[in-house]
Ligand binder design. Structure first.
Ligand SMILES: Cc1cc2nc3c(=O)[nH]c(=O)nc-3n(C[C@H](O)[C@H](O)[C@H](O)COP(=O)(O)OP(=O)(O)OC[C@H]3O[C@@H](n4cnc5c(N)ncnc54)[C@H](O)[C@@H]3O)c2cc1C
Length: 513
């Protein structure tokens, strides 16, 4: 018989004030915001059997005693830490509080390769960083302040005279500088919001990225945060529970699960990824309005794949962190190799991993492990022609584009998108709210984006319930939304009501837009 799970209409739904859909960063932060305002009547409904969502780890390889290492499948860095006297990235604050083991990623610790082996093309990296970036940022700033039409990141680079054309080493540098962070190419990314996103994290906090090697898993900090307001085995945390339908009205929200059970709430906040929303993994009743659906369709969900190898020896330079490969024909083909051997990471592990993004991720995620393993080994053999590279003793990569609870890694803004477009992604529909990294205009794609957005949704809902509004920047209750979108967003709309509470021109100081 087919495995059908009809909804049991005789079931009385469990009642709660706020249903929090998803137990990743945004969901836990939303719950904490409610708790902070003495709202304890909430339920967190989570697909997986753990707290953390896209901060997910697994065992990989073995140490000399035969014990497995813990590696991160998803988020791995705290990005932009903070400066003395300046604002601090909240994820960095928690990483310190919960003693998360991490190490500074030194992007100057890099060696460059092509299909013939080691070739020094660091001059191209210096050219990109030193001569292009300043003009480039200024051009983006002018477009923003003068309310001009944005363009692709590619067009911005072109105008700043960065034109790699068929120079595959320049293409590799470009990938290292851009695609690696955003998981899309410059052609597929917006110029103004690409620069804005970069500045708000790396100029407001700091340009440091610290790589997490904690053997409890990176999500240990989030579990720590959750334990400040949830009891052990708290009945308000429903793990391994899959939401299939969300019905919303101006009075409340009913959430139905795959097993036919349901929850009735006065409010709900949906923290499912943009990928989940784009793949219709959950149905909405009634259908989401046009303005909401358009925003879901407009923004991009990228894929970022880390491909891990453990060898029985470190045959690459043990002190170097990064190895950049320029394939002669295929931009972004096993381009960045990152070693865990250097001091401060996981020395003696002999683990190195490659990263691919975008279409290349989709391609390898759809193929079998063995094919991918051999592709990567072939690249390593080109990079190190004098080494007899053995078969790895372990090999693993996650398949983010296929996870039914994520459908990708994180979001990106395509060329020409506006703040209004994005505000529609953030905005609530009746009593159904949305939050997550994808709803952050300031820090999309980052853990701290999910954290700020979860907090704001929690505070807005708490404000609507208690009538005490602590979200001073943009108020409580409904978010602004745009049924009609304008060609560009005027500069005076760059404010907290549209998700930009921090000036895009910030440089290590908190400045109200
Ligand atoms: C490969 C990769 C690398 C990354 N690297 C970094 C990095 O180095 N630094 C950084 O700052 N950020 C990084 N990120 C981004 C970061 O992980 C995300 O921004 C953040 O974790 C998103 O949190 P969230 O709460 O918005 O979403 P999620 O973590 O996706 O939380 C949503 C939750 O909803 C649940 N859910 C989905 N569908 C259902 C359903 N039907 N029923 C019930 N529950 C459901 C999911 O299981 C999930 O737990 C990376 C992400 C990936 C994937």
């Amino acid at each position: 018989a087919p495995a059908v799970h009809p909804r049991d209409y005789n079931t009385t739904c469990r009642r709660t004030k706020v249903a929090i859909l998803g137990g990743g960063v945004a969901g836990i932060t939303a719950a904490q915001a409610l708790s902070n305002q003495s709202i304890s009547d909430f339920l967190i409904i989570e697909y997986n059997d753990y707290i953390g969502g896209r901060i997910q780890h697994t065992n990989f390889g073995n140490d000399s005693d035969g014990n497995p290492y813990v590696i991160e499948k998803g988020a791995n860095w705290v990005q932009g830490l903070g400066t003395e006297g300046g604002p601090e990235n909240p994820i960095w604050t928690f990483a310190k509080e919960y003693n998360i083991s991490n190490e500074y990623s030194n992007y100057s610790s890099i060696l460059t390769y092509n299909e013939t082996g080691y070739v020094d093309y660091m001059d191209l990296l210096n050219e990109y960083e030193d001569t292009i970036w300043t003009d480039f940022e200024q051009a983006a700033g002018s477009i923003l302040t003068e309310n001009l039409q944005s363009r692709s990141f590619r067009a911005g680079l072109w105008q700043a005279n960065w034109r790699p054309k068929r120079n595959m080493m320049a293409q590799a540098i470009e990938w290292w500088q851009w695609d690696w962070e955003t998981s899309y190419s410059p052609d597929e990314s917006d110029f103004v919001f690409g620069i804005t996103g970069y500045n708000l994290t790396f100029y407001q906090y700091s340009e440091e990225n610290n790589f997490v090697t904690d053997q409890r898993g990176f999500n240990a900090w989030l579990k720590g945060v959750a334990s400040t307001f949830l009891e052990p085995d708290d009945s308000r945390l429903l793990l391994s529970t899959i939401v299939t339908n969300i019905s919303y009205t101006s009075d409340g929200v009913t959430v139905t699960m795959e097993d036919g059970s349901c929850v009735e709430a006065d409010y709900a906040v949906c923290t499912f990824s943009l990928g989940v929303l784009q793949n219709d993994a959950v149905t909405f009743e009634p259908e989401l309005p046009d303005w909401k659906q358009t925003s879901i369709a407009t923004f991009q969900m990228g894929t970022y794949t880390k491909i891990y190898y453990q060898f029985n020896e470190t045959f690459w330079d043990p002190d170097t962190q990064f190895f950049l490969y320029a394939d002669p024909a295929h931009r972004g083909y096993y381009p960045v190799w990152q070693s865990l051997t250097p001091e401060g990471f996981i020395p003696d592990s002999n683990i190195i991993f490659a990263t691919m993004v975008g279409r290349d991720s989709y391609r390898i995620e759809a193929q079998d492990d063995e094919t991918t393993k051999q592709e990567g080994l072939e690249v390593l053999r080109k990079m190190f022609p004098d080494v007899d590279i053995p078969e790895p003793i372990d090999f693993y990569y996650p398949r983010w584009s296929m996870e039914p609870w994520a459908y990708g890694s994180y979001s990106n803004w395509p060329p020409g998108t506006t703040l209004e477009d994005h505000q529609n992604l953030r905005a609530n529909v009746e009593r159904l709210y949305f939050a997550g990294e994808h709803t952050s205009a300031e820090y999309y794609g980052f853990l701290h984006g999910a954290w700020f957005e979860g907090r704001e949704a929690g505070e807005r809902i708490a404000g609507a319930i208690t009538t005490e509004c602590i979200n001073v920047k943009s108020g409580c209750g409904n978010y602004t939304n745009y049924v009609e979108l304008h060609g560009t967003t005027s500069f005076d709309e760059y404010n907290a009501f549209n998700g930009l509470g921090v000036s895009p021109f910030i440089n290590n100081i908190v400045d109200e837009a």
